[in-house]
Design a protein around this ligand. Structure first.
Ligand SMILES: Cc1ncc(COP(=O)(O)O)c(C=O)c1O
Length: 392
């Protein structure tokens, strides 16, 4: 995928000049800047970014330029990206599952001094590579009940309160610096889940009898998909700051936040071209479940869509119909589960633009069936579903 160079005014201008025939991501730096501002204004602590959400160099680079000084990384490859595009930034190795070789590289090559675990054996594993010292932060990931509405990570990661208190004690006894973290699940539309986890963190600290260095309240903040029932972001920030005050009082640890989705969703739209239309019910586009629509497929999020016929928005004079959207591969799995309402005469060579496509899209592209090219463009104005760009 090429890096942005020319800047286009909007989608219409891009189509007029390039008529993109490959799946294309349209990135708007101004919108990314706006999202960072929301977190900087609302959160009183260390704002970091979860690289896994969108590891594109232009995203990492701009976030660093906007003042993000630390990144959550899950693999050695993500560490390389941060080193290359955000030189000098701190990294927190927050994937509990690591090999000794990966830990060695993280410590020696990338200078990482913060590691997350969720099992006592991982403490022994870490100690076999990284000599205990108070310069090394070991963060225990815990869980405190599933959020009412989120994509749950608790099935895979996190220990319950009692076990977390025991691990925190072990971390301290071994001579590392103990911290705690949690993740309420992605696209968490239940702000109370943060309050519940912060209260649990305070109980774990009390039970272990150890003062925490930091509390990492993770990611999970929601993107404004049309189907979202989440309260506004300010409600999350207020809930978090009140819960920290109420539960920790004067013993407040330093706070870290590591959003992915809520930072990068709105800065990118996705422009796919129609290859075939069948029976007024099915459209076949040039990327799908094995590419940029992987998350739309398995998480069932429904992004906003609009249709272009050449550089003009196309609404077929208000005649719409319900369509199934298929990807380009030779696999019947390659279809979206949602029904999309599109102009009833949508046809080959039109484009469908999906808004709010910056998160978990560029992160999960595959070359299945040889569909390995996606292009990258920069635009001054991006489609988010809220506003309509004027057609030329
Ligand atoms: C440890 C960790 N932190 C942060 C995130 C980002 O979460 P979100 O994109 O829901 O904000 C993830 C996502 O998987 C994660 O695993």
């Amino acid at each position: 995928m090429s890096e942005p160079n020319t800047v286009y005014a909007n989608t219409s201008a891009l189509i007029a000049l390039e008529a993109p025939d490959y799946p294309s991501f349209l990135f708007c730096p101004k919108e990314l800047k706006r999202s960072v501002k929301v977190f900087k204004k609302g959160f009183d602590g260390l704002l970091t970014y979860a690289v896994k959400c969108n590891p594109s160099p232009h995203i990492i680079k701009q976030l660093h330029e906007e003042g993000i000084k630390a990144f959550d990384v899950a693999s050695n490859r993500e560490m390389e990206l941060v080193r290359d595009y955000a030189p000098g930034a701190a990294m927190h190795y927050n994937n509990p599952i690591k090999s000794k070789r990966e830990i060695e590289r993280a410590y020696a090559e990338f200078g990482i001094r913060s590691f997350t675990i969720d099992h006592p054996q991982q403490l022994d594993q870490l100690a076999s590579v990284v000599t205990p010292s108070r310069d090394i932060e070991v963060t225990t990931r815990f869980k405190a009940g599933k959020a009412l509405k989120s994509y749950d990570f608790g099935i895979k990661f996190g220990v319950l309160e009692q076990a977390a208190a025991e691990i925190v004690q072990l971390v301290d006894q071994m001579g590392y610096t103990p911290s705690l973290c949690f993740h309420v699940g992605s696209q968490c539309e239940d702000a109370y889940a943060y309050e519940r986890h912060i209260a649990a963190a305070a109980r774990i600290a009390e039970e272990s009898g150890i003062e925490l260095k930091r509390l990492n309240i993770g990611g999970g903040y929601p993107a404004p998909y049309p189907t979202s029932e989440a309260p506004p972001m300010d409600h999350y920030f207020d809930t978090i700051s009140t819960a920290v005050k109420d539960n920790f009082g004067k013993n407040k640890p330093e706070l870290i936040i590591e959003p992915g989705r809520a930072l990068v969703t709105s800065c990118t739209s996705l422009l796919l071209r129609v290859k075939h239309q069948r029976g007024g019910q099915s459209v076949y586009v040039n990327d799908g479940a094995y590419g940029s629509l992987m998350e739309v497929k398995f998480m069932h999020f429904t992004p906003p869509v609009r249709v272009w016929r050449g550089p003009r928005l196309h609404d077929n004079y208000g005649e719409f119909a319900d369509f199934t959207i298929w990807g380009p591969t030779c696999d019947s799995y390659d279809v979206l589960p949602q029904v999309f309402t599109l102009p009833s005469d949508i046809d080959e060579d039109d484009w469908i633009e999906f808004g709010l496509m910056g998160a978990y899209t560029q992160a999960s592209l595959t070359p299945f069936n040889g569909f390995d090219r996606r292009d990258q463009y920069e635009v001054e104005e991006v489609y988010t579903g809220k506003e309509m760009q004027p057609a030329e």
